[in-house]
Design a protein around this ligand. Structure first.
Ligand code: VIB
Length: 225
């Protein structure tokens, strides 16, 4: 991504945070095959709630779109999230006897709520596409980076129960999607005033930190499912 200077600099600056994500108890256990199904089930439930709310970031983005190109970015992101995020997750949920409809009334845990509030605030109160995309990007790019690393370091993970999830994010299809989002974010962040560029960097960084807190939270399962 050296041809995307704004986005590359963001990623470089936050690699230490993403490295910390890899060191969290949840991902370490996923990598070495000792993650309990309780923890994983809890992650799936929390993440399903997260993804439902995550869709609203694009809704806020759309209200501010000034071009058809921006509109298209939002709806293609929205449909990608709904289609790609859902397949594997719904299959796992089903194995636990959980249907998506059954978990909708569960409360979001505080770390999840705080992360979503941060993203929604950026999309709702930011000036436009740049802020909205900065809020979404760490979630998208960190997953690609994390699961590629995990698979490189421990190829045997693909033969574990969690292999399907890892492969979803570590493959070339997901990588190509990340590249397309990064290009879109680069275009949205090119030529911003220094003040606005700094605000965008702060949003990206805050969201990377929230990803870390989300992984940390997942080491302790929910007690209400
Ligand atoms: C807490 C949390 N953070 C990131 C993702 C990953 N993710 C969410 S939307 C999206 C883009 C389309 O797939 C990606 C990669 C997740 N599932 N849960």
């Amino acid at each position: 991504m050296t041809d995307l200077p704004f986005v590359s600099a963001l990623v470089q600056a936050d690699l230490p945070v993403w490295e910390q994500c890899l060191q969290t108890e949840f991902l370490q256990k996923m990598e070495n095959g000792t993650l309990s199904e309780d923890c994983f089930k809890s992650y799936l439930v929390e993440d399903s709630l997260y993804l439902r709310e995550y869709a609203k970031i694009f809704a806020w983005g759309m209200t501010k779109a000034t071009t058809m190109a921006a509109m298209r970015t939002y709806y293609s992101l929205l449909s990608f999230v709904q289609e790609n995020e859902d397949l594997t997750r719904l299959r796992y949920l089903e194995e636990y006897g959980l249907r998506e409809a059954d978990i909708q009334s569960l409360p979001l845990r505080p770390e999840n709520r705080a992360y979503l509030d941060c993203m929604i605030d950026a999309a709702r109160n930011g000036e436009g596409e740049a802020e909205c995309l900065m809020a979404c990007l760490p979630c998208m790019l960190s997953y690609g980076w994390l699961f590629q690393k995990l698979l490189q370091r421990s190829p045997a993970v693909k033969d574990t129960y969690y292999g399907a999830l890892v492969l979803d994010y570590a493959g070339p299809g997901y990588d190509a999607a990340c590249r397309a989002w990064a290009e879109r974010a680069e275009a949205a962040c090119t030529g911003l005033s220094p003040e606005r560029a700094a605000r965008c960097r702060a949003i990206f960084h805050a969201c990377s930190e929230h990803e870390l807190h989300f992984w940390e939270m997942c080491a302790t399962p929910r007690t209400d499912i």
